[in-house]
Design a protein around this ligand. Structure first.
Ligand SMILES: [Fe+2]
Length: 293
């Protein structure tokens, strides 16, 4: 059976079938996946019951992977998974659900805000590949927003204003929106802001997208209140229902998305239930902006 895609909801999301991701991919399949990602931006693979090793092998066949060290509040000896995975679960290293008031859990609530993975890194992410092993009895959807369609729908005046703007992204800014300010000095240094263009061009398609995330907390040269006003307006615009695909997870799903032209957010679920989802992340193409000295 050949690799095929079928649009689901808005045109940037598609179901993919015809591949067993446990098996090595041919060069033809790899090229077909990249082409499908350029055409859509979110691909959903159902019934892929992968081991961690198979998840890694599939991811590496598409490109080099990020390391998740230092991107959360886990200490070095508290990681449940090798750091080539981003542990998006609510579990500690003993597979126990984190307590409601655990600061690692509270920090992770930042994933419920719209974002693009690793926009707080100088080189932001390319694709994310998230696989569901255990899901809660209700809630826990992931919603995706099409930032290319959102850019296209902006009026010309806003496009002109946004074109050359540079934003500062940090996980401290996204958590500030939640009232979470409980950072040590070491963490503040680790999470210091990086610069990203507000409008970016896709390297394969040449199409422009808004590059937004709740991690964006400043615009270079703008007063903070003015910057946040614009950023909130843009997020509100970009996440109107016509731009959004909500994914309801099934165990065995693997969802892959292009962070360069989408945002996403997790939705709440019962706090006492385990949710084990594991992400690999492809390294992006390069910085989108010059960094401050
Ligand atoms: Fe994410």
């Amino acid at each position: 059976m050949a690799f095929t895609t079928r649009q689901i909801g808005p045109c940037f999301a598609a179901e993919a079938s015809g591949l067993d991701l446990r098996e090595p991919l041919s060069a033809h399949d790899v090229a077909a996946i990249h082409t499908a990602m350029d055409e859509h931006a979110v691909l959903v693979f159902h019934d892929q019951h992968l081991s961690d090793e198979q998840h890694l092998a599939f991811s590496r066949s598409l490109g080099a992977l990020e390391d998740s060290s230092g991107t959360n509040l886990r200490e070095a000896d508290e990681y449940r998974l090798p750091t080539v995975f981003a542990d998006v679960s609510n579990l500690d290293k003993n597979q126990q659900v984190l307590a409601v008031d655990d600061r690692r859990r509270l920090f992770a609530i930042g994933n419920r805000l719209w974002h693009s993975d690793s926009s707080f890194k100088i080189v932001p992410a390319k694709y994310s590949l998230l696989r569901a092993l255990v899901i809660p009895s209700s809630g826990g959807n992931t919603e995706f927003a099409d930032m290319r369609a959102a850019y296209d729908a902006l009026d010309d005046e806003t496009k002109a204003v946004a074109e050359c703007l540079i934003c500062e992204h940090s996980q401290i800014y996204s958590r500030l929106q939640l009232g979470f300010t409980d950072f040590t000095e070491v963490e503040r240094e680790r999470f210091k802001p990086v610069r990203q263009r507000l409008i970016r061009e896709h390297p394969s398609t040449g199409r422009k997208s808004l590059f937004l995330a709740s991690h964006a907390g400043r615009i270079v040269g703008w007063p903070t209140a003015e910057a946040m006003g614009l950023l909130k307006d843009l997020v509100e615009h970009a996440t109107q229902r016509q731009f959004v695909y909500p994914h309801a997870w099934h165990v065995g799903d693997l969802v892959m998305w292009d962070n360069r032209r989408t945002m996403h957010r997790g939705r709440p679920f019962p706090v006492d239930q385990p949710r084990d989802v594991r992400r690999t992340t492809l390294v992006g193409d390069g910085p989108t902006a010059e960094q401050a000295d």
